[in-house]
Write a protein that binds this ligand. Structure first.
Ligand code: AMP
Ligand code: MG
Length: 459
């Protein structure tokens, strides 16, 4: 395998050399063979002792520096405190980051931290991120989970694990804050543009980030996904969803739903996600202003105007995403949002019911939307049944199913990803996409996250 160190080579002041710690008894719990092959990686080699050492960062790599606004407060010194960029692999002229999480302390670790994470949290990220990918959401992917053979205490004593993830890059809004403070703003912007927005000027770059993030967060919301910790270090420049900590799919539609136990104010509630994205992008413009224009006032004006347009842009995207999935008009998409607020049905079931209604089987939809004209107006314009059927998922990683899979994994003598993989990750219908088998045929109360499964430790 030819591994690049492109980020470290171009931006040496934004990384620190680090090495994954030695692990007592590493075992590959799950390998995403399909993804490995897409990246041109040899799966036999990845399964070998040498391959495992590579995945665990034993050959050394780089911790990436970043800052972040966490729950609104600026933390200038963050960075990969328990993770590292192994390097990049090239596919068809594009670089893909291989990044391992849970590999031990780095120069950016906080005092008293251990650089580790639980096997269960790594498996959770694997399951949810791969499901997100299967559902068509831009996201980091998961290549492998390794149990390290080390017990760690998080609530109770449990096995530790390492996740190896793949991303177009790990450049975050927080990376720009770090670069701006340390005098590397332009170098980082030029690098990010070359990698993700080739040919763009700085203004187009910012607009591109905004557009991609709007598309991503809008697709979360169509599916009911709550990220849970949209700090600026968890907002990527590439538009990929990153950091699957205290996240979950909302079931019954309710915009004030919060999944993270530490989110007391509901800052990252389902319905607040657009506003928070706008806030994070406003923080990004603040650091980019010097690049927008030689005249600082003109730069500020551009930033202000672009941010002022955010809310309307997001609302437009959200309506058109819904209209596309339900094969309807943006007016009916607005009526849909009002009806969802009013009736608060299970999101996935409601979408399936609408697909059925498009086929003439209206009873389930009538039951889910009892007091609204929405259904009548939806059916009046004759949505194409096959199009709706193909666009709305049958299967999402409901927390109940994810929890069951993780408990099975924890209980398994072979730290059970076989059971996770076979019981829960199934081939999904004609599209050949992979997803999780869940209970799409009945409603049940939302299963809360177990405190141990929240992974509040972050990236
Ligand atoms: P966030 O993703 O915004 O919640 O930020 C999490 C920060 O804490 C990142 O800088 C992580 O690298 C760091 N961190 C989390 N858990 C650990 C750990 N066990 N050891 C060292 N650093 C950690
Ligand atoms: Mg993070």
């Amino acid at each position: 395998m030819h591994l690049h160190h492109d980020y470290a080579k171009h931006l040496p002041d934004l990384v620190a050399v680090t090495q994954g710690e030695e692990q007592p008894d590493p075992k590959l719990v799950v390998l995403n063979e399909e993804l490995a092959r897409q990246l041109g990686l040899n799966t036999d080699w990845l399964r070998s002792a040498e391959g495992l050492d590579f995945l665990l960062g034993r050959d050394s790599g780089h911790a990436m520096a970043y800052s972040g606004f966490q729950f609104g407060s600026f933390n200038p010194q963050m960075g990969d405190g328990r993770a590292m960029l192994l390097g990049e692999v090239e596919m068809d002229g594009t670089l893909w980051d291989l990044h391992a999480k849970g590999t031990g302390l780095t120069p950016y670790s906080r005092l008293g931290a251990d650089g580790r994470g639980t096997l269960s949290s790594m498996l959770r990220e694997y399951l949810v991120s791969e499901a997100m990918h299967a559902l068509g959401v831009p996201t980091t992917r998961s290549l492998a989970v390794i149990s390290t053979g080390r017990p760690i205490q998080r609530g109770h004593v449990q096995p530790a694990g390492v996740l190896v993830r793949v991303a177009a890059s790990h450049i975050r809004v927080g990376t720009f804050h770090y670069a701006a403070q340390s005098g590397h703003l332009q170098a980082l912007a030029d690098y990010a543009i070359a990698r993700h927005y080739p040919g763009a000027d700085y203004r187009e770059f910012f607009q591109g980030v905004m557009d991609r993030q709007i598309a991503t967060v809008s697709s979360w919301m169509r599916l009911g996904f709550i990220h849970g910790v949209m700090n600026t270090d968890n907002t990527t420049i590439s538009g990929e969803t990153i950091d699957y900590g205290p996240c979950a799919f909302m079931e019954s539609y309710s915009p004030d739903t919060v999944v993270s136990s530490i989110d007391q104010q509901g800052r990252y509630a389902f319905g607040n996600q657009p506003a928070i994205l706008g806030w994070n992008l406003a923080r990004l413009t603040e650091s980019l202003v010097p690049l927008f224009d030689a005249d600082i006032n003109a730069g500020v004006d551009f930033a202000q105007e672009t941010i002022n347009g955010f809310q309307e842009k997001f609302a437009t995207q959200r309506r058109s995403d819904i209209a596309a999935a339900l094969d309807t008009t943006t007016e009916v998409a607005s009526a849909y949002l009002t009806a969802m607020q009013l009736s608060r049905p299970d999101i996935t079931l409601a979408h399936r019911a609408l697909a059925d209604a498009a086929r003439g089987h209206t009873l389930p939809a009538q039951e889910l939307f009892p007091d609204s004209d929405f259904l009548d107006s939806y059916l009046a314009i004759h949505p194409a049944p096959d199009a709706v059927d193909a666009a709305v998922p049958r299967v999402i990683p409901r927390n109940m199913a994810v929890e069951a899979a993780l408990r099975a994994a924890e209980a398994g003598d072979r730290p059970g990803h076989d059971r996770v993989a076979h019981a829960r990750v199934v081939d999904l219908d004609a599209h050949g996409v992979r997803g999780l088998r869940v209970f799409a045929d009945r409603t049940h109360p939302q299963t809360p996250l177990r405190p141990e499964d929240e992974d509040l430790e972050g990236d």
